[in-house]
Ligand binder design. Structure first.
Ligand code: HL5
Ligand code: SIN
Ligand code: MN
Length: 270
């Protein structure tokens, strides 16, 4: 359950770390089924593609689906996050970006922490994101592209666009890097896109520059992204806080399950 020193160093140097095939095929299937179920729950947590009805993202499924409540406490995931961040962490944000075949739209180039500083007055970038591949991720289905090392230079942009693309969440379009900023950062850092089988997990920094292209392939690319925050770094919203589905209010420190989430679920339902 512990990362090696070389894995910890990779995370700090590059701003991300890939753990290939961390979850098995049955676990991935149970997570997909839970996503299908959760996409049918009506509410503001379901974000559709601009001008369409296709699901773009679903937020806070860990509050409704036991598979996801278990996954965020799974020792294979929570222990490495605690190792990289600190012992007392909670889920700040949980989302599944659906990116369906033939038309899942792009996610513009951005740094997450800018969104959370602007929208929630989150004091410091004391977060670790986990990206869980619910489908095989290839060069074809719109993988997330990272600029390795770009998390070490602070925030590239300061403000946000005046007009919001969505009133449900802050879409990366509203805080995206300019073409000049992106070109300059790619010059310095290059680009890479972790690919791998469903069940792989990529840990990544809230400050790394990332984005992804539209999906014109016949393969879906469902990606779960959970953001753990240090409980000593709570948001301090100036006005009304954003809704609980997008910025979770339950800040109790998470404790790891004694076993993988799949086993713990079996124990509950047996
Ligand atoms: N959609 C998120 C939010 O907090 C922000 C994005 O990838 C994270 C930029 O509304
Ligand atoms: C994000 O950064 O939230 C979106 C990345 C993606 O789903 O490709
Ligand atoms: Mn992001």
């Amino acid at each position: 359950m512990r990362l090696t020193q070389s894995q910890v160093d990779q995370y700090h140097d590059n701003g991300f770390l890939m753990l290939e095939s961390l979850l098995d095929v049955e676990e991935v299937e149970s997570l997909r089924a839970a996503f299908a179920r959760d996409s049918e729950v009506p509410g503001p947590q379901v974000v559709t593609e601009e001008g369409g009805t296709e699901v773009r993202a679903v937020y806070s499924s860990h509050q409704r689906q036991p598979e996801y409540a278990g996954l965020v406490r799974d020792p294979r995931i929570l222990a490495p996050v605690q190792q990289l961040l600190t012992d007392d962490v909670y889920i700040y944000q949980f989302k599944i970006n659906a990116k369906p075949a033939f038309g899942g739209d792009k996610w513009a180039w951005h740094q997450d922490y800018l969104a959370w500083r602007l929208a929630d007055q989150l004091p410091a970038p004391r977060q670790v994101n986990i990206g869980v591949f619910l489908d095989d991720v290839t060069e074809f289905n719109g993988p997330v592209i990272f600029l390795p090392g770009s998390h070490r230079g602070g925030l590239v942009r300061e403000g946000r666009a005046d007009a919001a693309k969505s009133d449900q969440h802050l879409d990366p379009d509203d805080i995206s890097l300019t073409p000049e900023q992106l070109a300059e950062h790619v010059d310095r850092h290059g680009m890479t896109s972790p690919k791998g089988p469903a069940g792989s997990v990529v840990l990544f920094s809230p400050e790394i520059v990332h984005g992804s292209a539209p999906n014109m392939s016949p393969f879906a690319r469902r990606l779960l992204i959970a953001t753990y925050n240090d409980t000593a770094n709570l948001p301090r919203p100036a006005g009304d806080p954003r809704p609980d589905y997008v910025v979770c209010r339950d800040t109790e420190p998470l404790r790891a399950l004694p076993a993988p989430f799949s086993e713990s679920l079996r124990a509950v339902t047996a």
